[in-house]
Design a protein around this ligand. Structure first.
Ligand code: NAD
Ligand code: MG
Length: 390
């Protein structure tokens, strides 16, 4: 039996991972499940999967979790230290599906124990890609991509020489507002931004898809994972979300990866890698689909996208600053403090100010320093948001 843990088990990726594991109960021994405020879901899954421990990120919810787990034999724990402790428990495979920079510390801890980390939490790669890869190398651990585009690239590269790669194209659906008149974007509501045309995902990544911040993170994620140069990475708007990525080789060949927009494809690939196993996903009927469309992303509609290239050019820990500023701007949009289009403007202002913090941005990439950059960038973004509100 393979020992597995799922971080962010109560979220969209976590639930899809549990769905796959539940289909083969004899194959997996579940060590830890973690979640946030949804104690009922966390406790029910932990009991059903006979996990050793269930952890909520919130310390004040420990009594609720204990009560929900009473009599199940599952241990209850809470708080950031408990999350890291759970990541240190021996496991063969850990799903990293916490949303945001909060996923970094547990992911890093898992790698220090040589565990294979299936990484949905792209934010940790954006914040500290070099640190994660270096730690994985040092402890003989492996990082497997779970983001659909990166799983697609990873599959396209199987058996290939990375030096023969000319370019990597990741696709974007264009999000909720791809066909809106530009002048309506400032008035886009939270509910409108939270509905995705093709994918069913957590609220934060759904809004990040509408603003293209998600693709901006993924461009940086591509650079970190595959070690290609920024100018080799392209983004293509593809409204059908059926081609997830394409790898272009030096002989002009483009290898495309297609699949239904169902995250169990990428999760299952990472779960069974290096093998392929049957997955309960829809098989595409291309004759029925008929046509696939592609277009270049419009910079006026998606100002967040070019920030990724500026961040990569600046280097150092700008990725951590970018992710944190974006998370803060998203919090402010969700709370109704700023408008949809303010998110890119606020993040850009915060990045300009963070760029002046040369010593901090160019310091050694450690978890402490990444955390420092993260905190300062959130403050800068909050300040920039207040200035915009006036
Ligand atoms: P979600 O909001 O549905 O779930 C997030 C999970 O993280 C929940 O279990 C929540 O309890 C937990 N969590 C939230 N804040 C936390 C904190 N501060 N500390 C500890 N745990 C916390 O999110 P999701 O859509 O499942 O996305 C998870 C990750 O996967 C994100 O990094 C996202 O970018 C990435 N991803 C998601 C999809 C998708 O289809 N949903 C696709 C590609 C990548
Ligand atoms: Mg993706």
């Amino acid at each position: 039996m393979r020992k597995v843990s799922i971080f962010g088990a109560t979220g969209s990726i976590g639930q899809n991972t549990i769905d796959l594991i539940r289909r083969a109960p004899d194959a997996y021994d579940v060590v830890a499940l973690t979640g946030g405020a949804n104690i009922a879901r966390l406790a029910a899954d932990a009991a059903a999967l006979r996990a050793d421990v269930a952890v909520t990120a919130y310390e004040d919810r420990l009594p609720d979790l204990r009560a929900a787990l009473a009599g199940t034999g599952v241990e209850a724990a809470a708080g950031q230290a408990a999350l890291v402790e759970a990541a240190a428990r021996p496991a063969d495979w850990i799903m990293s599906a916490i949303v945001g920079a909060a996923g970094l510390a547990p992911g890093l801890e898992a790698l220090k124990h040589g565990t294979t980390l299936a990484l949905a939490n792209k934010e940790s790669l954006v914040c500290a890609g070099a640190l994660l890869l270096e730690t994985a190398g040092q402890y003989g651990a492996r990082l497997l991509p779970v983001d659909s585009e990166h799983s697609a690239v990873f599959q396209g590269l199987a058996g290939e020489d990375i030096d023969a790669v000319e370019r990597i194209i990741i696709t974007a659906s264009g999000g909720a507002f791809r066909d809106w008149p530009l002048e309506d974007l400032p008035d886009a509501s939270l509910a409108q931004a939270s509905s995705h045309p093709n994918w069913d995902m957590g609220q934060r990544i759904t809004i990040d898809s509408a603003s293209m911040f998600n693709k901006a993170l993924e461009v940086i994620e591509t650079r970190e994972y595959f070690g290609v140069r920024p100018e080799q990475i392209e983004v293509l708007v593809h409204p059908e979300s059926l081609v997830h990525a394409l790898v272009g080789f030096n002989d002009g060949a483009l290898m495309a990866h297609l699949g239904a927009p169902d995250m169990r494809h990428a999760i299952g690939y990472a779960l069974h890698w290096p093998e392929r196993q049957d997955l309960p996903v829809e098989r595409l009927d291309l004759a029925r689909i008929g046509q696939l469309n592609f277009r270049a992303p419009d910079p006026a509609r998606y100002p967040a996208l070019h920030l990724a290239y500026e961040v990569m050019e600046r280097g150092g820990m700008m990725g951590a600053a970018f992710n944190a500023a974006k998370e803060q701007a998203l919090d402010d949009f969700i709370a109704g403090r700023i408008r949809f289009t303010d998110m890119a403007a606020v993040t850009e202002t915060a990045l300009e100010r963070m760029s002046a913090e040369r010593d901090l941005i160019d310091a050694a990439m450690t978890l402490d320093n990444v955390t420092r950059v993260d905190h300062l960038a959130r403050q800068q973004a909050a300040r920039a948001a207040e200035e915009r509100i006036g």
